[in-house]
Design a protein around this ligand. Sequence first.
Ligand code: GDP
Ligand code: MG
Length: 455
Amino acid sequence: NLSQRLGRVVKTIRGQARLTEANTQEMMREVRLALLEADVALPVVKTFVEQVKQKAMGQEVAASLSPGQALVGVVNRELTDLMGGDLGPEAGELSLAVQPPAVILMAGLQGAGKTTTTGKLARWLAQGNHVQQGRKSGKKKVAVVSTDVYRPAAIEQLKTVAKQADVDWIASESNQKPADIARAALEHAKRQHIDVLIVDTAGRLGIDEVMMQEIQMLHQILNPVETLFVVDAMQGQDAVNTARAFGEALPLTGVVLTKLDGDARGGAALSVRQVTGKPLKFVGVSEKLDGLEPFYPDRMAQRVLGMGDIVSLVEQAQQNIDMAQAEKLASKMKSGDKFDLNDFREQIAQVKKMGDMGSLLEKLPGEMAAAASQLQGGQAEKQLRRTEGILNSMTPLERAKPELLKASRKRRIAAGAGVPVQEVNRLLKQFEQMQDMMKKMKKGGMAKMMRAMGG
Ligand code: GDP
Ligand code: MG
């Protein structure tokens, strides 16, 4: 009935419903499973879930959401924050503001996508796609060089890629030492006034002492402004160990997560971020050279969580609840200022917005549907529409001064709303009771009122 619904509105405003261990337990299990399915490493999941618990407990729940859904909202925000916050236009920034050439060193296991990403980045910079502090940094003169002398085809591969990307390729030979290639390339880049030199390196199939020593030496020679760890999103759980090894061997400045065009849910992003503490800067989304995108933490969070529907639902709920308005009303009620039918109408409009969410909820699977029906109750919505119809048939003055509503006005309003006059009377009566309660509330506090309303 109406006073129950009013109770719910008041509940929203006062934030009586809070997240607890008990009312989020089930969803917490779902979240844990989702993260594991996304291939986030187990220890990372454990730490993360603990973190979320500490953040979430005690938080308020919007009236249109079940505690479980609200929890997903918290999880999503935490995930986003953990992966670098909502970087927006700053996503994918490289530090290139140094005395040229700015050197970018690519590190990672064999097959991770270093050579491909070298080409992608070269093209990205050469075409002037790079954004720095919100502004495109202009077209760069880019050169690439391969120090992968262990597989003759590797040098050729970079040559082909450089041609496709339309950037300078600095020749190297498989009988040269990587250190010599690096020194020569640096000299060449200086002479040719290259803005950015990207150095592709050899990887191994697994973590390997020799490989690490070699890339540490290259780092020393090149003094790169960016040292990017390239990791295959499909590596899943193993990404943790690889990231740890490279993070310990090198002062990484960022991560590129490749092959996100596959089925990988991207759990590696979270693991790698957690382990290295370095920002994810780009993602690879195809084998082609234009398949490079800045890393957006919010998008990745949704992908990892795999609960996009719920996340957008939560976001929508947050938008729908006009906080400013709610607060205004709350303070009006608290101060015992006149709370008239105009305010009442505003509240109903808010509740109705939440009601619309109900239909969205229905599309959700399994246990979510339960929450949906809880909220839905087509009956309640119908009643809400009728109430609103009646209020809409009143003039603003009538809503501000209900005492004006004598018989003839009531008949007019009832006709306008298409309801019997008794319903108008009932509404006014309930509103009176509500105002009464508010007066009591002013004396006895909100708790008393909640009890009176059965909330
Ligand atoms: P490297 O050994 O680290 O240099 O790895 P490569 O750059 O040679 O890449 C290994 C394989 O992964 C190649 O077949 C690439 O085409 C492929 N690859 C690299 N990045 C991506 C990507 O973002 N998406 C897809 N689908 N394939 C990629
Ligand atoms: Mg390679």
